[in-house]
Ligand binder design. Structure first.
Ligand code: PHB
Length: 398
């Protein structure tokens, strides 16, 4: 009885597969993502956002169209590995779209593959300005470091006259140093020291001691989000920089939502300029956070990479719907270039059709304990609909 039941069930599944197979179309998205190493939280945030968006919006896809996510782990900033993974996704798995790409060096390495194979690629993190210029098939849903660090410098110069800069010694860190210095010094601030810490730094004590000795008003930091930034945050307090009155400011990468419980109350008072906070008061953000907690539990909170991946998948859905499920690479990029929504958890966002880069608001935030939870409270919208300032500077140079 049981056996017969199983047999007919197997037969039924086989028939269903055949019927579906006849009309179904699967869009394959190859995701080069970071699931291991000190920045492994990106892997989970990006993957969860993609899967949640697909689950909640699958009924909007054209009939018979399915999406398949194929994940690969780059382990962090490993351009050779990332290039190889992207190559395999294109050649062996025959993906229609590439996405993920946490780190700038990986994005630089993958660009020629996207171009040669004509694969529309949605960058959901890598934030160095130049990245998006490296392939006409690149569209960025995340941010540029310039978008944060230019308004941060303008804001800081109002009350903090001397800044010590601490950045990770690779492209986004260099962008942050340049962007902050340009707006901060223009507004009358003085840079009293710069440290570029090796990307793999785990112990910040020697660097932080130098900052403390320089007695600046502020220490401005960019480090890739994750355990590295948390180690710096702890050191800032342990070495007495916080108690000596130095103000910790930076991009939101130093206080991502998932690390706040690990950092603890030491994070309170940190001022950051960023495009997304889970504490943002917008209805679309409240709905996003509620959906996230329903799916992943009350203690789970999406961060900026989750928001960029949610919006990145919205862009992919838009392209699929507008082409009725049959993707042409050029048309896909054309559609994505003109994407705009007021339903992003970040507020209104769009893609600048000229640069294929994200246009979004920047929020000034302060880390506080609210209702028992550490959150990044958006104090004000510092700038609205910000285009990448680096791209604007390049244009002005011509
Ligand atoms: C980057 O490599 O562009 C990058 C990585 C991690 C971040 C921000 C930017 O938190």
């Amino acid at each position: 009885m049981q056996k017969a039941g199983l047999r007919s069930a197997v037969a039924a599944v086989a028939v269903a597969a055949l019927t579906v197979g006849a009309s179904a179309q699967t869009i394959k998205i190859g995701v080069v993502n970071t699931f291991s190493g000190p920045q492994a939280s990106f892997g989970e945030m990006i993957d969860r956002a993609f899967r949640l968006y697909i689950k909640l919006h699958a009924d909007q896809l054209p009939p018979g169209v399915k999406i398949e996510i194929i994940n690969r782990d780059d382990g962090g900033a490993n351009p050779d590995k990332a290039r190889q993974l992207a190559q395999e996704l294109v050649v062996r798995d025959k993906v229609d779209i590439l996405s993920g790409i946490t780190f700038t060096p990986n994005a630089m390495a993958i660009a020629p593959i996207a171009t040669q194979a004509k694969i529309p690629t949605v960058l959901v993190n890598a934030g160095t300005s130049v990245v998006v210029t490296r392939s006409p098939y690149y569209v960025r849903s995340s941010f540029t470091i310039y978008q944060h660090c230019v308004p941060l410098g303008t804001w800081a110069a109002k009350t903090l006259k001397k800044t010590f800069i601490l950045v990770s010694d690779y492209a986004p860190g260099h962008d942050c140093q340049e962007a902050y210095t340009s707006s901060y010094t223009k507004a009358g601030g003085e840079i009293v020291g710069v440290i570029r810490a090796p990307v793999a730094t785990a112990d910040f004590a020697p660097f932080l001691q130098r900052v403390k000795d320089a007695k600046p008003d502020a220490m401005m930091v960019f480090l890739p989000a994750g355990r590295t930034a948390t180690a710096m945050m702890k050191g800032f307090v342990d070495l007495g920089l916080k108690s000596s009155g130095i103000k910790l400011i930076g991009t939101g990468d130093i206080v991502p939502e998932e690390e706040l419980p690990n950092i603890g109350d030491e994070a309170i008072g940190t001022i950051t300029m960023f495009h997304y906070s889970a504490a943002g008061d917008r209805p679309a953000n409240k709905a996003f956070v509620a959906a996230w907690r329903k799916e992943y539990g009350d203690k789970a909170t999406p961060n900026f990479a989750a928001a960029a991946s949610w919006d990145g998948m919205a862009m992919i859905f838009d392209a699929i719907k507008k082409q009725n499920g049959k993707l042409n690479p050029e048309k896909t990029v054309e559609i994505m270039k003109n994407f705009k929504t007021d339903q992003s958890p970040r507020g209104t966002i769009s893609i600048d059709p000229e640069t294929r880069d994200i246009v979004q608001n920047e929020y000034l935030r302060e880390t506080r304990r609210v209702g028992g939870e550490l959150v990044n409270v958006e104090i004000e919208t510092a700038s609205v609909a910000v285009k990448d300032p680096w791209q604007i500077m390049q244009k002005d140079k011509k």
